[in-house]
Design a protein around this ligand. Structure first.
Ligand SMILES: [Zn+2]
Length: 380
């Protein structure tokens, strides 16, 4: 069976929001849930809890209270909520303005581990444990089978300090990780280094503190990656190329431009601008466009066909490895505008037409039930 796990990183903008949090996160999440329900599939939200705890700590309880209500509703409606950590929150100041906008003040935004973490293992263990307790307490009454079992690293920041993060996940009793995006070509700004070009080339595998991402382990946490890859096949490649050129020419504004700003944008702007010559920029644009691989991850943007093409290549590559293949498709509620919701509807329709009864959409805690026998076997 092919299992697709739709997942949303449930969080505000890391730099700041131009609108109140309810408009940035809660309303789009409700709209997203409506679409998922209209196509009869469940979704898992990875909730950025450290943000909420920081709000409470600074005396801004309203937003976290609204989130608690929404997360209860999410689980009551048959969806799932799991753990997501952006580790800069405990040291972030929150400035709230009269008009409901917010600005987040931090010296540096960092993903795991960053220079700030000499004690990454302890930091992760403490927060993973607290997060699990928090969600289990919050959501137990909404669904009898609710349990916090899965984790996704904020910003996919999983490639530095992988051993510590995995050790903490294992010790806190998490069963599933969903932080790997195979082939992620690397973000190399000092505060955010992600590089997933050398992860195990399997559909699913166990990861442990022993080997990190260098090879699958005999026990540890079960990895359900956000599927990604290069488009294969001439037709799909040509389609992707034409669209890529189009995007470079048209340069449409990002859908969230009026709602909030990400830390990355802020960081990139505050870095000295690289003064590449026009000639070298043109050369790079041409090389990129002509290069045979059109790598992308399964992140629901406007183009349903593009993510379907990648899904097909991905599934073909890993389908015969074991009877079951689990992969995740991600989105961000805060940027999930109407065109993207429509793309989700189309994409899921394509999956159903192509794979028929061989594909099923499930939540992360349903996946945990399915893989439990496998995990137990590896214990013996
Ligand atoms: Zn995130």
């Amino acid at each position: 069976m092919i299992y697709v796990l739709y997942s949303g990183d449930y969080e505000v903008f890391m730099g700041g929001n131009y609108l109140p949090e309810s408009k940035v996160l809660l309303e789009p999440t409700d709209l997203a849930l409506d679409v998922f329900e209209s196509i009869k599939v469940p979704v898992t939200l990875f909730a950025d809890l450290l943000c909420l705890w920081r709000y409470r700590e600074l005396g801004f309880g309203e937003f976290p209270d609204q989130v608690d209500d929404q997360l209860r509703d999410v689980v009551r409606r048959g969806h799932d909520v799991q753990m997501h950590i952006h580790p800069h929150w405990p040291k972030t100041d929150i400035e709230r303005c009269e008009d409901g906008s917010t600005h987040y003040q931090f010296d540096n935004i960092w993903t795991h581990p960053g220079p700030h973490f000499s004690n990454l293992y302890e930091f992760m263990l403490e927060n993973l444990q607290s997060g699990k307790e928090y969600l289990n307490n919050l959501l137990a009454d909404e669904a009898p089978d609710y349990r916090c079992v899965a984790y996704r690293a904020g910003g996919y920041g999983f490639t530095n300090g992988t051993m510590e993060i995995l050790a903490a996940l294992e010790d806190a009793g998490y069963l599933i990780d969903s932080s790997v995006v195979p082939g992620y070509p690397g973000i190399d700004v000092p505060v955010r280094q992600v590089d997933m070009r050398n992860v195990p080339t399997q559909g699913n595998y166990l990861l442990s503190r022993k080997w990190g991402l260098s090879r699958p382990a005999d026990d540890g946490v079960f990895e359900i990656p956000v599927a990604a890859g290069a488009v294969e096949g001439i037709a799909a490649l040509v389609r992707a190329k034409i669209k890529a050129v189009g995007r470079r020419i048209v340069k449409r504004p990002l859908p969230h431009t009026n709602i909030g700003y990400t830390s990355n944008e802020k960081m990139i702007r505050s870095q000295p601008v690289a003064t590449a010559s026009l000639a070298s920029r043109v050369k790079r644009a041409i090389t990129r466009t002509l290069s045979l691989s059109q790598w992308n991850m399964l992140d629901i943007k406007e183009d349903a066909q593009a993510i379907f093409d990648i899904t097909q290549s991905y599934v073909r590559r890993y389908q015969n490895e074991s009877p079951d293949l689990f992969f995740s498709v991600s989105f961000h509620p805060k940027e999930f505008v109407a065109e993207r919701r429509e793309a989700l509807r189309k994409y899921h329709g394509m999956l159903k037409r192509y794979y028929g009864d061989n594909i099923r959409a499930i939540t992360f805690r349903q996946a945990a039930e399915l893989i439990s026998p496998q995990l137990k076997k590896s214990d013996e």
